[in-house]
Ligand binder design. Structure first.
Ligand code: HEM
Length: 191
């Protein structure tokens, strides 16, 4: 049997999990069904969770757009997930348009950074915000989103996180976003 990918993560919404879902907003496009909790699994289990309201999958991958200098700066500043001080989280699922995917790598980099400053801007919010990006496009089964993004931060950093999102959503890059879901979560004390 083929070994499961260590880079595959499942986000299972239902009644179980260490994260309580407090907000579930459809920013662009169709909403996701309401659920109480979110469980993140870091292996390719069968994901046949009968009691799960919805589940989404994504893989971590190599960087596509960062330059060497940006990568070094990120590596120096980005915190790990799982900090005890980070009681809050955001799960943001994004699908970009076919117009985006028709672009070449250099054209996408130009929009992400030269025109939208996604990386430079995001870096200003480190180390307050810990993040992990998951890609969904190349999985075996068709996925409703292209990216699943996961962020952890302290309650006091919620305003900063919201400010970052406001700027990103007003950027040229976001003109290519055709579906976006924004879930807000807090760490449960009972698990
Ligand atoms: C917290 C600060 C943030 C930093 C430092 C940051 C950094 C980055 C970097 C470096 C990349 C490019 C990775 C590559 O080279 O392939 C990226 C991609 C991405 N980020 Fe952020 N980001 C931040 C916040 C956010 C937020 C708040 C969102 C909201 C949804 C977001 C959504 C995405 C998405 C969807 C991509 C993939 C873009 C694509 O490949 O088309 N990021 N981010």
């Amino acid at each position: 049997m083929t070994k499961a990918s260590q880079r595959l993560f499942g986000f299972l919404a239902g009644r179980r999990g260490p994260w309580i879902i407090q907000g579930n907003m459809a920013v662009i496009g169709e909403a996701l069904p309401a659920a109480e909790r979110l469980l993140i699994v870091d292996y390719a289990c069968e994901l046949a969770e009968a009691d799960c309201t919805w589940h989404l999958e994504g893989v971590t991958s190599h960087d596509r757009y960062v330059t060497r200098d940006e990568k070094n700066a990120l590596l120096a500043q980005q915190p790990p997930l799982g900090r005890l001080s980070a009681d809050c989280a955001a799960f943001i699922a994004v699908r970009k348009s076919s117009a985006w995917w028709a672009l070449t790598q250099d054209e996408r980099r130009n929009i992400i950074e030269d025109q939208s400053q996604h990386i430079a801007l995001g870096m200003r919010y480190l180390p307050a915000i810990a993040r992990r990006l998951h890609h969904c496009r190349d999985l075996q089964t068709a996925q409703p989103f292209d990216f699943l993004t996961w962020f952890e931060f302290a309650i006091t950093d919620i305003p900063a996180f919201d400010q970052l999102l406001k700027i990103l959503r007003a950027s040229i890059e976001w003109q290519f976003v055709e579906r976006e879901i924004d879930l807000r979560l807090v760490r449960a004390r009972d698990v």
